[in-house]
Design a protein around this ligand. Structure first.
Ligand code: NDP
Length: 279
C-alpha cells in the first residue's frame, strides 16, 4: 500500500511554502503521509488531476495558473468554488474529485485574527484591489458578511464582470467614498516582479478613517510598499501570511480527520523552509 499523500500543482513551483506547512501538519497529527509540490504545466493539468483519483491520494492544492482552468476536470464543486469560479483545493472522495475554495474562508479567518481587538473594522465598506481569482475570493468572502465592497482594477471591465457575478461595485479610484472605507484588501499581483515598486494607486491614507485596516494578500515581501506607506500613515496593516496558513489549514482538515492548531502552519511559515519535497 502506498503512502497517503497530497500535492500542490503549480507552474512555476519553486519557493512554495505549502509543503513545509502540510508536512508539519501531518507530523503534528501523527499521520504517516506526505505533501509534495509538482511542476504541472497547463497542458499537463488534466492528466495530473486524473491521477488524484488513486486510492492513496488525499487531494491537491492548486495555484497559479491552474485555479480556474481546473474546473472542467472535477466531478463536483462547493458553492464557494462555483461562485468564485476558482478551486484551490481538490478532495479525493473515493475516486470522485470535489473542488473547493479555501482561499475565501481562509481570508476571513485571517481577517478576523487581524481585527481582533479592533471591532470597528469588522463591518463597513471595503475596497478590493484586483479582479483575478484572489480578488474574486475576497469579494465573495466579504459579501458573505454583508459588507459593501468596491472593486478597483487596472482593467475596469474585469472588475465589472466580477461585480456582476459576486455583488460588488466596480469603481474608478476617484469615485470611491474613501471616508467610509474601513478595509482595503490588495488582491492584485501588481509589483510582485519588483517589490520595491508597487504600481498601485497612491492612496490618500489621510482620507480613510483612522481605524481602517490595510490587508495585503501578498506575503513576499512581508511588507509591501502599500503596507509600509499605510503603517507610516498610522493605519493598521496585515500581510498575506495569515491567509496562506488559514487556507492551508482548511484544505488539510478537508483531507484528514485532524484539526491542527493554526500555529502549526504559522510556525512552518516562519521557519521559512524551502519546499520539503519536489516530484
Ligand atoms: P491573477 O493573475 O488572477 O490576478 C492578478 C490581478 O492583479 C489582476 O486583477 C490584474 O489586473 C492585477 N495586476 C497585475 N499586475 C498589475 C499591475 N502592474 N498594475 C495593476 N494591476 C495589476 O492573480 P491572483 O488573483 O491569483 O493573485 C493575486 C495576488 O494574490 C498574488 O499576489 C497572489 O500571490 C496573492 N494571493 C495570496 C494568497 C494568500 O494565501 N495570501 C492566496 C491567493 C493569492 P488586470 O485585470 O488589469 O490584469
Amino acid at each position: 500500500k502506498a503512502m497517503q499523500r497530497a500535492y500542490l500543482f503549480a507552474d512555476p513551483v519553486s519557493h512554495t511554502l505549502s509543503p513545509a506547512m502540510h508536512n508539519a501538519a501531518f507530523a503534528a497529527c501523527g499521520l504517516v503521509a506526505y505533501y509534495a509540490a509538482r511542476h504541472v504545466r497547463p497542458a499537463e493539468l488534466g492528466a495530473a488531476v486524473a491521477s488524484l483519483r488513486q486510492v492513496d491520494v488525499l487531494g491537491a492544492n492548486l495555484t497559479l495558473p491552474h485555479k480556474e482552468a481546473v474546473l472542467p476536470f472535477l466531478d463536483s464543486l462547493s458553492a464557494a468554488a462555483r461562485s468564485i469560479g476558482a478551486v484551490n483545493t481538490i478532495i479525493n472522495r473515493g475516486g470522485q474529485l470535489h473542488g473547493d475554495n479555501t482561499d475565501a474562508p481562509g481570508f476571513l479567518a485571517a481577517l478576523a485574527a487581524a481585527q481582533a481587538g479592533n471591532s470597528d473594522t469588522a463591518a463597513g465598506s471595503a475596497v478590493v484591489l484586483g479582479a483575478g481569482g484572489a480578488a474574486r475570493a475576497a469579494v465573495y468572502a466579504l459579501r458573505s458578511q454583508g459588507r459593501r465592497v468596491y472593486v478597483i482594477n487596472r482593467t475596469l471591465s474585469k472588475a465589472q464582470s466580477l461585480c456582476a457575478d459576486l455583488g460588488g461595485e466596480a469603481r474608478e479610484r476617484q469615485n470611491v467614498p474613501w471616508a467610509e472605507v474601513k478595509l482595503i484588501v490588495n488582491a492584485s499581483s501588481a509589483g510582485l516582479g519588483n517589490p520595491q515598486e508597487t504600481p498601485l494607486p497612491d492612496f490618500e491614507f489621510s482620507s480613510l478613517p483612522p481605524s481602517a485596516l490595510i490587508y495585503d494578500m501578498v506575503y513576499k515581501p512581508a511588507e509591501t510598499r502599500l503596507l509600509r506607506e499605510a503603517r507610516a500613515a498610522g493605519l493598521s496593516t496585515e500581510n498575506g501570511l495569515g491567509m496562506l496558513a488559514q487556507q492551508a489549514r482548511l484544505a488539510f482538515m478537508a483531507w484528514t480527520n485532524c484539526q491542527p492548531a493554526i500555529e502549526v502552519f504559522l510556525d512552518a511559515l516562519s521557519e521559512n523552509q524551502p519546499q520539503a519535497r519536489v516530484e
